[in-house]
Each structure stands twice: as C-alpha cells, then as structure tokens.
Design a protein around this ligand. Structure first.
Ligand code: ZN
Length: 156
C-alpha cells in the first residue's frame, strides 16, 4: 500500500466510523461550527481538568466524509493532551493543510502524524479545505469560550 492509499484508507475509516461521536457527559467547554459551502455541522464538547488537560472530548455533527474524518481524528489526537499542546497542534495542522505539507509538532507520535497527514490530500481540492478545518477552528472557539457559532466561510 502506498502512502496515498494509506491516507485514503484512514479517511474512509474515520469518515465511516467516526470516533468520539457523542455528547461528553460533564463537558465544561463547547462550541458549534458550520460550513455553509458543503453543509457540514459540528458541535465540539470538551472537558478540561484542573491541570488544563483534555479529560474528555467528543463531537456531534453531520457532513461530508472529510469533515467527519477530520473531527474524528482531531478528537482522537487531543485526548489526554495539555491545552497548550492542543493549541500548538491546531496551528500546526492549519499551516500544514493550507500551505506546507509537513507537521513540525514534536508532541505527536509517528502514528499520530500519519493520521493527521492523511488529511493533507484535500489541498488539491480547495473547496474541501474548509471541510477539514471546520472542527479545528471550532475547537479553538471552545477553548476560548466564544459563544457565537463559527461560520467557516469567514476564515481563510
Ligand atoms: Zn464538507
């Protein structure tokens, strides 16, 4: 299996069977986002503990395979990480998906990097980039306690 096939396999897997697709009990942060261009919707639930670590994270939503896979992979990767590390990861992911083709993060295992890089293929389809970034911008909104729903059209 080449890298492209591996990436497709990961996206298909997470798109069809999204991880953490539920409402977390006792969340203390949440945010909603939508992508009118494609019809994707996501609601992120986050539980940070006293040490500012992600105790629980989950999402509800509906949309295309890319948006579901991205939310699934994201929630999978940030569980158990400190919120500062999560913020770095968000920036790293957004840079990778928009301009670069690599991740700089030292906070990810090779396996985790492969999962994130599986989304890099959307660069060839500019319309789909927002499908992939929706849950990440919504996560930022949840961390920052913003109350308004994210409209991904307003982001670069
Ligand atoms: Zn979409």
């Amino acid at each position: 299996m080449n890298l492209k096939e591996l990436y497709q396999e990961i996206i298909l897997d997470h798109g069809k069977n999204p991880r953490n697709l539920k409402k977390t009990e006792n969340f203390n942060k949440d945010a909603k986002g939508h992508n009118p261009l494609c019809g994707d919707k996501v609601h992120i639930f986050l539980k940070l503990n006293d040490n500012q670590k992600v105790d629980e994270v989950s999402f509800e939503g509906s949309g295309c395979a890319i948006s579901m896979a991205s939310a699934s992979i994201m929630t999978d990767l940030i569980k158990g990480k400190e919120v500062n590390v999560v913020k770095e990861l968000i920036n790293d992911f957004l840079e990778m998906i928009k301009e670069k083709n690599s991740l700089k993060s030292n906070n990810l295992s090779e396996d985790e990097k492969t999962k994130l890089m599986s989304l890099s293929g959307v660069k060839q389809y500019p319309m789909r980039v927002k499908c992939a970034t929706l849950s990440w911008h919504t996560l930022t909104s949840a961390i920052n306690n913003k109350n308004e729903e994210i409209n991904i059209e307003k982001f670069d």
